[in-house]
Design a protein around this ligand. Structure first.
Ligand SMILES: Cc1ncc(COP(=O)(O)O)c(C=O)c1O
Length: 395
């Protein structure tokens, strides 16, 4: 629970004006990266995956923490995400994992941002658009079985490699692929993809600086491999890549995010009175109902009706439909407005994990943290205390 002192400090800053916030524990992110680094073979580089606003945790803070913990590279999905990090002063190398436009080549080169390429025509076009003297860092993507983006043909790969070697405006910095099932216990497709990737690598006349394939799941499970860099996403945030992998994690992962709010109203309903749109919940007797200032526009979606939250270390249910900006909980008794409610995180001996919310929503933990909206301010915890607040909508 946020102590009174911490809460006062938050209010003093007046950086947000609604009492709902996500707490991001940067010490846990640091520790997860340190543990991963210890488990890697010597000389293997770590790319910290901070796309999608660092899976909802905040791009700048996570990037900074990852670099402090020894990450060598950052990766994002789109060029705009890389430019946003540059704008905030991040100077470390950044790779855009998704497709970029050839028309963006000069901009990427200007900001020292590496891009992903899987098409010879892309390079031909970009070559003509780069400014004299510019050098664009290229990572070639191989589609070894994910069926998303990447070269699938050896002849194509050879053409791309010779073009990269021929043209001084390109530096062939890396080659990579992505696994579809590294988090599943059945390893056939994983092995097939790895063999395909190795086959493609053997076609190259020379290997680039970085050869990378493993996401969190592959990095946590398979050590003996071809790559000299890994891409660490979900495990950096302290979450398991899948439920199947939870029992076989080689080191403990520490969840970094919590989601909290404070009750804005508490009232007593009489038997027969109902709660929220559609009147789907009716009090069975005299009941205490608390109102929380969080709703589906914050990522706390309607399917979470019935999910429990923590009040004073006890589990209580969300009752009635979740509204866009508010939802209601059934209390065991009268609590004062202003009482802290934990939607994700620890309170006393109780805990609600991101995985519990994912199970309730029949989805994966990745989606839960990404869904926590930009309207929810993030409070950063570092060295066991509140460090600073970020309110994306007032930035
Ligand atoms: C190309 C690529 N590499 C790495 C990652 C990180 O994967 P994970 O979060 O499972 O570690 C992702 C995530 O979606 C990805 O798309």
């Amino acid at each position: 629970m946020v102590s009174a002192g911490k809460k006062e400090k938050v209010l003093e800053t007046k950086i947000f004006h609604r009492d709902t916030w996500a707490e991001v524990n940067l010490d846990n992110i640091f520790e997860n990266i340190t543990s991963m680094k210890k488990s890697l073979k010597k000389g293997v580089s770590l790319f910290a995956v901070v796309k999608a606003n660092a899976y909802g945790h905040g791009d700048y803070e996570v990037a900074k923490t990852a670099l402090d913990a020894g990450a060598d590279f950052l990766s994002v999905a789109f060029l705009d995400e890389a430019l946003a990090l540059r704008k905030k002063g991040i100077l470390a190398p950044i790779l855009v994992l998704g497709a970029s436009r050839p028309e963006s080549a000069a901009l990427a080169a200007e900001h020292g941002i590496s891009v992903t390429v899987f098409d010879e025509a892309w390079l031909e076009k970009a070559k003509d658009l780069l400014k004299p003297g510019q050098v664009l860092q290229i990572h070639v993507k191989v589609d070894s079985g994910m069926g998303r983006i990447g070269i699938r043909d050896k002849g194509q790969l050879m053409k791309v490699e010779s073009l990269l070697k021929r043209e001084a405006c390109f530096n062939f910095q890396g080659i990579f692929t992505h696994f579809a099932t590294a988090d599943e216990m059945k390893t056939d497709l994983y092995e097939k993809q790895l063999a395909f990737f190795k086959g493609m690598l053997s076609e190259l006349t020379g290997k680039p600086e970085y050869v990378h394939a493993a996401n969190s799941a592959a990095s946590l499970r398979f050590t003996d491999s071809e790559w000299n860099a890994i891409r660490m996403g979900i495990s950096m945030y302290g979450l398991s890549p899948s439920m199947e992998m939870k029992p076989i994690l080689p080191f403990p992962l520490k969840q970094a995010i919590s989601l909290k709010t404070e009750m804005v109203a508490v009232k007593q309903l009489a038997k027969g009175e109902s709660v929220s749109y559609g009147a789907t919940y009716t009090a069975e007797g005299d009941e205490w109902i608390g109102t929380l200032p969080i709703g589906y526009a914050d990522g706390w979606i309607r399917k979470l009706q019935g999910q429990e939250v923590l009040v004073d270390g006890k589990r209580v249910p969300i009752v009635g439909r979740i509204c866009m900006d508010q939802c209601m909980i059934k209390l065991p008794g009268p609590y004062p407005a202003g009482t802290v409610v934990t939607l994700i995180g620890n309170d006393g001996d109780e805990s609600i994990t991101v995985d519990e919310i994912a199970a309730k929503l029949e989805t994966i933990n990745y989606e839960v943290t990404c869904m926590i909206g930009a309207r929810v301010p993030r409070i950063y915890m570092k060295d066991n205390q509140m460090n600073h607040v970020r309110n994306f909508i007032l930035e």
